[in-house]
Design a binder for this molecule. Structure first.
Ligand code: NOJ
Length: 491
């Protein structure tokens, strides 16, 4: 286990829309380099960078044409080296995105695989023996290649499923990256793999290689099943926004019939913390001392929380995330409360995800400092509405989400009890009731996201270390005013 994960706080960067250094309307690696100090000031000591490899961009780069080539629009491999060098000198690690389950249909391997004559690549993707043979349980494409057969797709039609992985990991680890976020890590073995024993076998082998050759490199899975993924050798597994799961219960749940928000962190107070805990505690206990559950504020596939939450709700939700065990991830722009931009035309296979991928809002210059290109040449439009927050404005506002998060992250770094490994013990959690109180080592965290005062039987002798809102002790009860998060230290 890389030791640095114990106190890692990640920042996710979507290269298309983070910072454009050359005025062509799309973000690039030199742009990222120019913002590394900003990432450090935020308190993040690690970055997850979305794919920057050569690609036809039918799925924003998750359709890799050449795994070892940097897409021209982002820069060169020397820029990547420079980025790693500067990040490392600032104490920031960078993990890259590894897409092992599929390639682009423009990848040289696939171009050869789809040829009719048998060749070295015929079996590198998954084909049926004839165009007329198409088992209905699979997503297959046919009639568009000279090769006779259907081929399996792993995601979009432009992403044929790879039959087995090829090790491009050493290549990037040798360039100097600090590990990988693995795309659809559960999708290696394509035929029936039930609880994924065969997929896990492959990852265990890869983990063994990493332990031997790159012991300081991290493996983070997009799997959202920590019992299985951490057992398979991943150091961290994302807690993703999935139907009916604990993450959704906390931050994005809606009543299916009425459309009303029922997320625990919504101020309307209709959530149920115990429904989250049922899942979370079981996963946490099963993975204790083996790996981490990674909370995310959002990612490039998920609506930003501000789609549902106002500023205070978002502050409470994010502060909670950075006070939980495991390795947390902050999605670029969440720290200033960027919006989910509604009504955008899909870009590069973004579809409903496009509104989460708009340009970072840096300052009050043109395009909020993202790019000097004319507005109509930008990769996606910048939010220019009157209430669009920028980093510059947020830094100057003591009440901003940004300043709140900086403080919370700083407190986390200063206290091992609040970091990845620290203990987590539920103190007060009652079905459909608030507040929620838990203990981490010497700290108590009490949270009342609702717009009502809430109280709970709780009487420890504590000092307040940090607080959004306010609370008071009344006899054996802790009374919390509306929308409060209290971080207390037991005396
Ligand atoms: C998950 C990635 O996060 C998403 O953006 C992508 O479209 C799919 N995997 C397919 O690679």
């Amino acid at each position: 286990m890389p030791n640095w994960l114990k106190d890692a706080v990640f920042y996710e960067i979507y290269p298309q829309t983070f910072c454009d250094s050359n005025g062509d309307g799309i973000g690039d690696i030199p742009g990222i380099i120019s913002k590394l100090e900003y990432v450090k000031e935020l308190g993040c000591n690690a970055i997850w960078l979305n794919p920057f490899y050569d690609s036809p961009f039918m799925d924003a780069g998750y359709d890799v044409r050449d795994y070892k080539k940097v897409a021209e629009r982002y820069g060169t491999i020397d820029d990547v080296r420079e980025m790693l060098k500067k990040a490392h000198s600032l104490g920031i690690r960078i993990i890259f995105d590894l897409v092992p389950g599929h390639t682009s249909d423009q990848n040289e391997w696939f171009l050869k695989s789809k040829q009719p004559g048998k060749n070295e690549f015929s079996g590198r993707y998954i084909w049926t023996d004839s165009v007329w043979e198409a088992p209905p349980q699979y997503r297959l494409l046919c009639g568009i290649t000279d090769r006779d057969g259907n081929y399996l797709v792993n995601f979009f039609s432009s992403q044929p499923a790879l039959n087995y992985g090829f090790n491009i990991m050493r290549f990037w680890l040798d360039v100097g990256c600090d590990g990988f976020r693995v795309d659809m890590a559960d999708s290696l073995v394509k035929n029936e793999d039930g609880e994924k024993p065969e997929t896990c076998k492959i990852w265990k082998g890869i983990r063994k290689m990493m332990d031997e050759e790159y012991p300081d490199a991290a493996l983070v899975s997009e799997w959202c099943n920590p019992k299985v993924s951490i057992g398979a050798g991943f150091h961290c597994d994302f807690y993703l926004d999935h139907d009916n799961n604990g993450y959704r219960i906390l931050f994005r749940n809606k009543d299916r019939k009425t459309g009303e928000t029922t997320a625990v962190f919504s101020k309307n107070g209709k959530g149920d913390i115990t429904a989250f805990l049922d899942e979370y505690l079981s996963d946490l206990n099963a993975t204790k001392d083996k790996g981490y559950i990674s909370f995310i504020t959002c990612n490039h596939d998920t609506p930003r929380m501000t789609k549902l939450f106002d500023k205070t709700e978002a502050k409470l939700a994010y502060s909670f995330i950075f006070m939980m065990p495991g390795v947390p991830f902050l999605y670029y722009g969440d720290e200033i409360g960027m919006k989910f931009m509604e009504g955008l035309t899909s870009k590069e296979g973004g579809f409903s995800r496009t509104g989460t991928r708009t340009p970072m809002q840096w300052d009050d210059t043109a395009n909020h400092g993202f790019s000097s290109a004319p507005a109509d040449k930008l990769y996606l439009p910048v939010d220019t509405s009157d209430d669009a927050v920028t980093v510059k404005a947020a830094l100057e506002d003591p009440d901003s989400i940004l300043n709140t998060l900086k403080k919370v992250i700083e407190i986390r770094h200063a206290n091992p009890d609040l970091q990845s490994d620290g203990e987590f013990e539920v103190i007060y959690a009652v079905k459909e009731k608030y507040p929620f109180i838990f203990k981490r080592g010497e700290f108590i965290i009490a949270v009342n996201p609702t717009n009502q005062e809430q109280s709970a039987p709780f009487a420890f002798d504590c000092d307040t270390v940090y607080e959004l809102g306010s609370h008071e002790q009344k006899g054996s009860y802790m009374v919390m005013s509306a929308q409060t998060l209290s971080l207390l230290k037991i005396k």
